[in-house]
Unconditional design. Structure first.
Length: 231
């Protein structure tokens, strides 16, 4: 049975970052789910159970026992082990796309001390600006090629609490006992791709900025299919 692709967006952005790829995969004959994690940041810490529940609940639309391929972008990678352990569906493979990696031995901090030092002054009443508002226009503009897509992605972004980035994510033992792979877009995730390779995972490279999946959804979909089917 062909697995359903489950495209998990970073909680820092929204599901529209995966929809162009979902359309490409659907056109290629695959079943696809794009769970929304937008309400997870509105909850109280710890946040990870809400993320796991959001994916689990979305997959109630998929027949029980049907296999799935988990695909996580950016810091959604940190939640992938817990998502897998919380599903009722068998996971045939997991793909990290320009993503953070769970620690080899958990728990994993969502943010480094340097990132927290950068973020803390931005917080107002404990809540941060939208992710794209952290950066200069010169950093944001290359991630978008279509003004309408940019507007959708930016307007959809949540304003997460600083406590989201202060959390540590548990890592279940043995979560990676199935084929895992990594799709790299570019720096600074090249070091994480190198670590994935050290873990024995298959690594592919599709050069681009951090949201390259919305610029080249066809290329991204092709790589996901190849990584999933050769896992």
């Amino acid at each position: 049975m062909q697995p359903t692709f489950v495209l998990v967006h970073s909680p820092s952005v929204g599901p529209s970052t995966w929809r162009p790829v979902a359309e490409q995969l659907t056109a290629a004959g695959y079943q696809v789910r794009v769970p929304s994690l937008l309400h997870a940041g509105a909850s109280a810490p710890p946040f990870w159970p809400h993320i796991v529940s959001a994916v689990h609940d979305d997959l109630q639309q998929v027949p029980a026992g049907s296999p799935v391929t988990l695909v996580a972008h950016s810091n959604a990678g940190l939640f992938l082990p817990l998502i897998r352990s919380g599903l009722d569906h068998p996971v045939t493979s997991s793909i990290f796309v320009d993503a953070a990696l769970p620690a080899r031995i958990g728990p994993t901090p969502v943010a480094t001390p340097e990132l927290l030092e950068f973020l803390s002054p931005m917080a107002v009443n404990g809540r941060l600006p939208r992710w794209t508002d952290w950066w200069d226009e010169a950093d944001v503009a290359p991630m978008f090629s279509d003004p309408k897509v940019r507007e959708t992605v930016i307007e959809e972004q949540p304003t997460l609490p600083l406590s989201y980035y202060e959390q540590h994510i548990p890592v279940p033992d043995g979560w990676d006992d199935h084929p895992c792979s990594y799709l790299l877009f570019g720096p600074p995730y090249d070091d994480l791709a190198a670590e994935a390779r050290e873990r024995g995972w298959r690594v592919a490279h599709l050069p681009g900025a951090h949201l390259h999946q919305i610029i080249d959804p066809a290329g991204t979909a092709r790589h996901l299919i190849e990584l999933a089917t050769t896992a």
